[in-house]
Design a protein around this ligand. Structure first.
Ligand code: MN
Length: 202
């Protein structure tokens, strides 16, 4: 059973003006589709075929580079689409808000830390909010299509929020101004989904 490109939970223009329609269309139909197809090709006929994406990522250190790059790309974008929404923005509440305050001091301090991770990721990569093995929250970054579920990650955990900082995620609208894209991202963050991810991961 091959992996399939997940449907976007909203229209390509739904995140305007923060993330533009053309970027969303290319990002989903070309980039994410490409990772999906290449992942399927890389695992076909191997022992990884039929495993869940989480299982594949857990042992990616002993897999091929194609599995690492495209398995990460498949998983990362699936999470990314889900943690955004046209009805997003605002601030987290409930248990998630409490956990953020406990880990970072305040929501503002968390935001600063997450933005810093996104802005300082050299070249292509991702910034994450993760739940660590002990249940606490942390902010981390990964290069390329790596992610904190991978056995090769420096800081491991379950991602509950992530931002794609590859140029393909923002260049058409923001050109070289990655910080502007990162700032705009907060307007579309789906905190209900992040809270759901947190509840499932902790
Ligand atoms: Mn991307």
């Amino acid at each position: 059973m091959a992996f399939e490109l997940p449907k976007l939970p909203y229209d390509y223009n739904a995140l305007e003006p923060h993330i533009d329609e053309q970027t969303m269309t290319i990002h989903h139909t070309k980039h994410h589709q490409g990772y999906t197809d290449k992942l399927n090709a890389a695992i076909k006929g191997t022992e990884l075929e039929g495993k869940s994406i989480e299982e594949i990522l857990k042992s990616v250190g002993s897999a091929s580079k194609a599995v690492r790059n495209n398995g990460g790309g498949f998983y990362n974008h699936d999470l990314f689409w889900q943690v955004m929404s046209p009805n997003g923005g605002g601030e987290p509440s409930g248990e998630l808000a409490e956990a953020i305050n406990k880990a970072f001091g305040s929501y503002a301090d968390f935001k600063t830390k997450f933005e810093e991770a996104a802005k300082t990721q050299f070249g292509s990569g991702w910034a994450w909010l993760i739940v660590k093995a002990d249940g606490s929250l942390a902010v981390t970054g990964t290069p390329n299509q790596d992610n904190p579920l991978m056995d090769i990650a420096t800081e491991k955990g379950t991602p509950v929020l992530g931002i794609d900082v590859w140029e393909h995620a923002y260049y058409l609208k923001y050109q070289n101004k990655r910080p502007d894209y990162v700032g705009a991202f907060w307007n579309v963050v789906n905190w209900d989904k992040v809270a759901e991810n947190y509840a499932a991961a902790k």
